[in-house]
Design a protein around this ligand. Structure first.
Ligand SMILES: [Zn+2]
Length: 69
């Protein structure tokens, strides 16, 4: 038994080999375009870019102009 059974957060699988893909790049939302996530497969070098689903969990870390008092 190996320890490969932990599926990463993305739930994306390589279309070529079927292995879980890792999140390689996240492109912040810009204008009317959604946030994009690029996933890649280390085994075969396939990459995949998808619009990220908006989640309520996201914080506004990247946006400094959100003053809270
Ligand atoms: Zn692959």
């Amino acid at each position: 038994m190996d320890c490969d059974n932990v599926v990463p957060m993305s739930g994306h699988f390589c279309p070529a080999c079927g292995r879980p893909m890792r999140l390689a790049l996240a492109i912040p939302r810009f204008g009317s375009f959604p946030e994009l996530h690029t996933y890649d497969c280390r085994s075969c070098g396939v990459s995949l870019t998808e619009a990220a689903k908006e989640t309520a969990k996201q914080t506004d870390k990247a946006i400094p102009r959100a003053p809270r008092t």
